[in-house]
Ligand binder design. Sequence first.
Ligand code: ZN
Length: 121
Amino acid sequence: MDDVDQRIAELEKRLSEAASEVPDIAEMLRGTVGERYVRCGKPGCHCEEGAGHGPVFFVSSSVGGRTKQVALTPETYEVAKRYVGNYARLREIVDEVSMINQELLQARRAKQRAEQSAGGE
Ligand SMILES: [Zn+2]
């Protein structure tokens, strides 16, 4: 097999591997999850001294330039963490796929040029 053909085959293999790792699009969340402690402000409450009430779990997401924060239960916090992780993974895959496709287009161009110059003899 030609060098460039081998290169194209390798890249195509990596491409299909990367594509097969894309998480479920329905389980994405572009945002951040976190937990915080709040002071209620009631005079004499123990939270005046300590860390505050909590933890209160939340997910914060910016959509259309507006940041919205939503409170979560411990259970939905775990789900939100997974969704945020899925989005981070998706972004990594998009970066990888972009890199592979760039190389693939370059390799296909090299192949085409080699074929054209061979045919023109
Ligand atoms: Zn309090």
